[in-house]
Ligand binder design. Structure first.
Ligand code: APR
Ligand code: ZN
Length: 370
């Protein structure tokens, strides 16, 4: 029996995503079928849609989602029908140098990056039989998806599906950048540049870490209020002059914050994050720029002041450990993830959501499936 699923399909980068009804293969050995409940719209989806990063097409979009297990493939014992799962956009290969050294989040050979199931098969095809890939092998912007069981992380009872969806990307990326990549200690001063789902998750992570000062920076004033609502102690409206932002940030943090997180993905704000550092300070680059973008910094003060620049992919995620942990913290109220969501849309509202994101209008827009 073939399952039909409506899905947001990118047929060619730079063009609007279109909603198509596709055929979904049955789950095979090691695979599960997920009935999607919620999918977040992340800036990385916009990068893909706009062609900032080269990705194969046609492809079903979305990499931040959660749903229920609807069917399991032959021999699958790790999952049961009816379980709520958050989907991981990176299933490490397990054998490359990064994986062997225990840095699975840095795996370059993940089948997820081929946007197919591990053996190269595609879960979706058009009614005419043309294969359609799944973005990061999970394709969350579809009513249903067939994924590797390893990508489907079972959530604790009582977890809100939309919260689970956000744990799949922005929460793990931002909270993990603070707690795992940077290991921010209690009492530190922190600044976060860019307050979308990723930046607000950095703010939440800094609050969990016990940072004494959390300065939230954006060019959109409403984002500063959103950040205060999830733990920021100060808001700083960024204007067109980065030097003025750096000066204001230094004033607020006794000469510069111990840690600055860049959560936009722009070279100028990466440079701002590095320029704002005091002696011994650390800049953590979390936002992903278009491919090929370059940034520069003054070398002498970096060395002389023992400053550090860290890259953080997916918050150093070990999804099977981190997703349930972050979900438990959300249930306890330590991570107020639900406050990140400020707009609910349906699948056919995706292009409108992208337009709003370009204007910096929402904290997190979430697709629900009716
Ligand atoms: N100065 C200050 N804030 C800015 C600037 C700027 N020059 N440009 C953009 N912003 C703000 C926007 O107003 C918005 O609040 O940055 C925020 C970015 O948020 P989103 O577009 O919602 O992005 P998000 O999904 O959080 O992703 C951020 O992380 O994973 C990566 O690819 C992703 O690079 C992206 C980044
Ligand atoms: Zn994302």
């Amino acid at each position: 029996m073939t399952t039909l699923a409506r899905a947001a399909v990118l047929e060619s980068a730079g063009e609007a995503a279109v909603i198509r009804e596709l055929e979904l293969a049955e789950p095979r050995e090691g695979e599960v079928r997920i009935r999607m409940l919620a999918a977040g719209v992340c800036h990385s989806d916009l990068h893909v849609r706009d062609g900032d990063w080269e990705r194969p097409t046609p492809i079903v979009m979305g990499h931040e989602g959660a749903g229920v297990v609807e069917a399991v493939g032959p021999g699958v014992t790790t999952h049961r029908v009816g379980q709520l799962v958050a989907l991981s956009w990176l299933v490490p290969c397990g054998t490359c140098r990064s994986c062997v050294q225990g840095r699975t989040w840095a795996c370059p050979d993940s089948p997820s990056y081929r946007h197919t199931l591990p053996d190269g098969a595609t879960a979706f095809r058009t009614p005419g039989g043309e294969p359609v890939r799944s973005y990061c092998a999970i394709a969350t912007m579809a009513e249903a998806s067939v994924v590797s069981a390893a990508a489907a992380i079972v959530m604790p009872d009582g977890t809100d599906p939309a919260v689970a969806a956000l744990i799949g990307c922005c929460v793990t990326t931002g909270v993990g950048a603070v707690l795992k990549t940077a290991a921010v200690p209690p009492g530190a001063s922190v600044a976060v540049v860019g307050l979308g789902g990723v930046g607000l998750s950095c703010v939440m992570g800094a609050a969990v870490a016990g940072a004494a000062r959390i300065v939230a920076i954006d060019r959109v004033a409403s984002k500063l209020d959103a950040a205060r609502g999830v733990g920021a102690t100060d808001g700083l409206l960024a204007g067109d002059d980065p030097d003025a932002t750096v000066a204001a940030l230094r004033d607020l943090t006794d000469g510069g914050p111990d840690f600055v997180f860049e959560a936009i993905g722009r070279a100028p704000t990466a440079e701002l994050a590095i320029a704002a550092l005091p002696q011994g300070g650390t800049a953590v680059l979390v936002g992903m720029t278009p491919l090929g973008d370059r940034a520069s910094f003054d070398v002498y003060p970096l060395v002389d002041g023992s400053r550090r620049i860290l890259g953080s992919n997916y918050g150093f995620a070990e999804p099977a450990i981190d997703f349930p942990r972050y979900a438990a913290w959300a249930l306890e109220g330590r991570l107020p993830v639900e406050r990140l969501i400020d707009r609910w849309i349906e699948l056919d509202g995706l292009e409108d959501a992208f337009a709003a994101m370009r204007r910096g209008e929402h904290t997190r827009q979430v697709i629900t499936f009716g």
